[in-house]
Design a protein around this ligand. Sequence first.
Ligand code: KG4
Ligand code: ZN
Length: 328
Amino acid sequence: MILALETSCDDTCAAVVDGPRVLSNVISSQAELHERFGGVVPEIASRHHLELVNGVVEAALGDAAASLGDLDAIAVTRRPGLVGALLVGVSTAKALAAGARKPLAGVDHLQGHVAASFLEPDPLEPPFVCLVASGGHTLLAAVRSHDGYETLGETLDDAAGEAFDKAARVLGLGFPGGPAIERAATDGDPGAFELPVAMTRDPGLDFSFSGLKTALVYLARELDAAELERRRCDLAASFQAAVVRQLTVKLERALDAGDWRAVSLGGGVAANSMLRERAAELCRERGVELKLVAPKLCTDNAAMIASAARFVEASPYPDYLDWDASSR
Ligand code: KG4
Ligand code: ZN
């Protein structure tokens, strides 16, 4: 049984996992605190992690009916992320582990998004291709083992989630942008505006979202306030369709380039219904298995960190006491 902590961005998370089974998964979102700034303010995030983390850990242990003594190890996200935010999780995990003389496992956040696919229900076993699309990263990962992956392609500029967040700001839709755009898009026409789908002629598996964001900014500028208001849902739907199109074109290309039998989606953007539907169509056409991780395990959470930690060698007490966190 593993207790994991995740504080790399603005969600304070703790979870208890037993093998592939999630016994508890507690997420305290700070989104409302950051909303009026239109994005995550690192210093505010760190301060709130500090206030929330003990309660979140207690809740995770309580929901799992577990105590520190029951744990085989404690795990924590060490990188990448906001350093001040990460440090709250790392310091808390060190203190908990040292107090109980338990081993501590340091986990890479992106490996966590990949490892969400190893969780029940229907754990997916490697090999598979994982499309990881979050607020900080967008990449195609060749997952051939439980403890790592090879990057097949990644974004050359903005991450897909970052593009959603910036687009939502342009459209006055609030933060976080992905869910806000998705909601607005349900009342819009995805074909209303032609937005560029970058990198589709480029032969590789890399992504680019900054041109799309700029195109949206120019489109919005051409419309007066009333027209922008009237067309907001169409703009949201067209933007979402362009992001999803680029993600699925590259996923399809990754399938073309290898003999893959399974695909999974990870990261916050993988909670997007349109992406899930398009990926499902693609995988059906190809006869490839698709693992759709529950939306709550796609966005940042500690269950995925515990899942990754099962395949990381934990350090015994007191070897981890000098651990640091890293933004990259
Ligand atoms: O994985 P995550 O929770 O945190 C990072 O590691 O960055 O991803 C957060 C990102 C945000 O940019 C958010 O706008 C996006 O995921 N996101 C979505 C949806 N839910 C969250 N994007 C599109 N559609 C969604 N339903
Ligand atoms: Zn993440």
